[in-house]
Design a protein around this ligand. Structure first.
Ligand code: UDP
Ligand code: MG
Length: 306
């Protein structure tokens, strides 16, 4: 039995040695072989040097180094593509995903009832209140408008069986939103609650703006609600332009309005705009269905794999 641990790292020179010591202490108490794959996501500090040193001293440590910062999602994907353990874990380097939870996760997975164990923090202690508020609203919105089951408080910290890791690799999406992908591919997940832990060293890499863009990525990837809004808005505008047209005609007939030219021009603009938006929405829906079919086939392929 082999366990693979994927660790995306961006400017983690201080946290990495602490993480390494902790994870080695945990792994030494688990009866299985292991590999740790660090991904250097274009760090500008000495993260790569630390990885190189660790891997020179231990044959089970590997690293992948990106040519620039591609983001945590790309780093995780590279990790998934380059591991072959029977169990695969994704963990942050900053100790916010406590390595001490791993043995408990393995104990839950090994009997075979679950395909993955995911950590879910029960509180958001230490996080700025504005960020928590937006996060909470984001989870409410995305779960209302999308099919993917995205759990509030879920971190990317997971231990999963090979089958699930293979299914994740097969989802070759470019704009990846792992919180959605993990939920979307299905499989049986056990949620392990734990209390939020502060970063051991360094600073969070997520500015508010970066998180906001990440949330929008999630909504676009896992929901067609925005496309429907275009269709509905277009329909509304077309309807309004019809009413305006009626008003113009009635005014012309009853009042012989001398400045009808302006109103009719606006009316035509709104009408054309409405029709355009409506058909853009329709086209969007078709593209969405096409994409769904594409990934639906991939999902079947991954199920076949099991
Ligand atoms: N990370 C990464 N690339 C990035 C941003 C973050 O690989 O562009 C890594 C980072 O080194 C850490 C993990 O992703 O191991 C989580 O990042 P962070 O702790 O900044 O996020 P938070 O825990 O605050 O959500
Ligand atoms: Mg962190």
């Amino acid at each position: 039995m082999k366990i693979s641990i994927i660790v995306p790292c961006y400017n983690e020179q201080e946290a990495l040695p602490i993480f390494y010591n902790e994870i080695m202490a945990v792994l030494s108490n688990i009866d299985c072989s292991y590999e740790i794959v660090f991904i250097n996501d274009g760090s500008c500090d000495k993260t790569l040097e630390v990885m190189q040193e660790l891997s020179q001293n231990n044959n089970n440590i590997f690293y992948i180094s990106f040519s620039r910062n591609f983001g945590k999602e790309a780093a995780m994907y590279a990790g998934f593509c380059n591991t072959d353990g029977d169990y695969v874990a994704v963990m942050d380097a900053d100790m916010q995903d406590p390595p001490s939870l791993l043995p408990q996760m393995l104990d839950i997975l090994i009997p075979g009832d679950y395909d993955s164990v995911a950590a879910r923090r029960e509180d958001r202690k230490g996080e700025p209140p504005v960020r928590s508020w937006f996060a909470c609203k984001f989870y409410k919105v995305i779960n209302k408008i999308s099919d993917a089951d995205i759990v509030d408080g879920a971190r990317d910290f997971r231990l999963m069986k090979r089958d699930m890791a293979d299914a994740i690799v097969q989802m070759g999406e470019y704009n990846r939103f792992s919180k959605g992908i993990f939920g979307w591919i299905g499989f049986n997940t056990y949620w392990l609650p734990y209390n939020n832990v502060d970063r051991v060293a360094g600073k969070t890499k997520w500015s508010f703006w970066k998180l906001f863009k990440y949330a929008i990525d999630g909504i676009i990837n896992f929901s067609q609600a925005l496309l429907s809004i275009a269709s509905w808005f277009g329909t509304g505008m077309t309807f309004v332009s019809f009413i305006m047209l009626l008003v113009i005609i009635i005014r012309k007939i009853l009042l012989d309005d001398p400045v009808a030219g302006w109103t009719s021009t606006i009316c035509v603009i709104i009408f054309i705009g409405g029709i355009q938006l409506f058909f853009m929405g329709v086209m969007g829906q078709y593209i969405a269905v096409y994409c769904q079919n594409l990934y639906g086939n991939k999902k079947q392929a991954s199920l076949y794999y099991i």
